[in-house]
Design a protein around this ligand. Sequence first.
Ligand SMILES: Cc1cc2nc3c(=O)[nH]c(=O)nc-3n(C[C@H](O)[C@H](O)[C@H](O)COP(=O)(O)OP(=O)(O)OC[C@H]3O[C@@H](n4cnc5c(N)ncnc54)[C@H](O)[C@@H]3O)c2cc1C
Length: 439
Amino acid sequence: MRVVVVGAGLAGMRATEQLRLAGCEVVLIEGGTRVGGRVRTVREPFAGGQYSESGAEWVDDVHQRMLAALDRYGIRRLGPGEKWTTVRRWVHRHGELMSPEAVRAADPLVFDELTEFDRLLEEAALGITDPSRPESHPAADALDARSLADVAEQAQLGELANLFKRRDSQGEFAAEPNDVSLLFVAQQRAYQREESAGATVLSHRVEGGFGRLAEAMAAGLDGLISFDEQLIGVDQDADEVTVRTSRRSLSCDHVVLACSLVPLRKVQFQPGMPAALERAVLQLGYGTVTKTSVQWPTRNWPGGYATSDGPAQRVYEPTADQPGEQGILMSYCGGDGGHEWARFSEAERIAMATNEMRAMHHLESAPLGGFSRAWSTQPRYGGSYAVYQPGQVTAHWRVLREPWGRVHLAGEHVATCTGYMEGALESGEAVAARIVESE
Ligand SMILES: Cc1cc2nc3c(=O)[nH]c(=O)nc-3n(C[C@H](O)[C@H](O)[C@H](O)COP(=O)(O)OP(=O)(O)OC[C@H]3O[C@@H](n4cnc5c(N)ncnc54)[C@H](O)[C@@H]3O)c2cc1C
């Protein structure tokens, strides 16, 4: 069987690996000049061998495919693991760095409000018995019509609790609370509950960065990847598919489109997609993340995350587990903030982040260097990761996960573990199994 796979991210590489194992003849085309897609470890211009992730940064200890892949290539997880809580170590508000104790003193109700908010999300998640089928929730339509902002209103969050919950939404879903479907949040919680069996989930960075995993996976594909080759069109009939690229036409039995939906919006399909699939491809939400890293000669800051009421949104140290005198601070901006930052040049963004980090931690020395990447402005991605907006789980979830003749979608956006590297691997495996079974 001949299969063309588009996109050398984790989904496309995993699909290719599995299809080849099953004896298929595979061509893997990649529009860019490197592997990994939204997995991208940045080493330049940092001194002392330090690095920081411009894309995926954490693996959860319930992400079994990812853990197995890291083990397979001898890539070690770092540190004791981070527990994701709403109230991180510090809050930078009105120009002052506050500890959780200071937060409680400033607003004695904040923790109760956050507990109530979480209870409402948990209640929604309880109705999901199969996280791969959120549309089967008995109240699917009603939950999908609501957003995280509606839940914040119901929980009557005060100013501080609202800041935390907005930053959570901008960080986890890369979108504003009113752009995230409650049914999608419930699905994600149900998935995590099932995978963790109720245990606390810990997240880790990895030694040398996740770029090592992408490179190791690519090395296993024996030079099969054709770089700098863009998908232009897909023509299918009952017998075969013709994939038109910037270089050639390839005939095959199946095509796997393992890239974000945003670049697919420019691809010509003959015949045109069925209406429901076309709507899903055109409409599915994508979050925005702009990550900006700045390296400083000494680490004059307290450990842990700071949640900021300023444009930097969240500031933390990606080098916490890396040796050296120097250290890197990262600003992670999602939602409207991710878009805002994307309007500036990279140099301007580095300067803006530098100023806010200075104010936050009273840093006086000159930074050693930095990088900034706004994923929403990158044409081959068009955003950070999929976010199902209100109404989109019931409208688009199922249709995106079904084959359209000989055309199959893969990637984090069609996984159960949507938005994560784990989901990319999961979708690559699922699509390969489906193709192999179909013949
Ligand atoms: C800022 C950020 C932070 C993240 N943090 C985490 C995290 O901490 N933990 C986690 O697990 N996940 C995280 N993620 C998500 C994770 O990176 C993605 O879910 C995953 O890497 C997606 O893999 P993929 O294979 O589905 O798609 P991609 O990685 O996007 O791969 C698709 C490939 O297709 C190529 N392509 C696109 N269009 C074309 C075309 N027309 N022709 C040919 N090739 C094309 C692209 O160049 C790309 O290489 C983060 C993502 C971002 C952006």
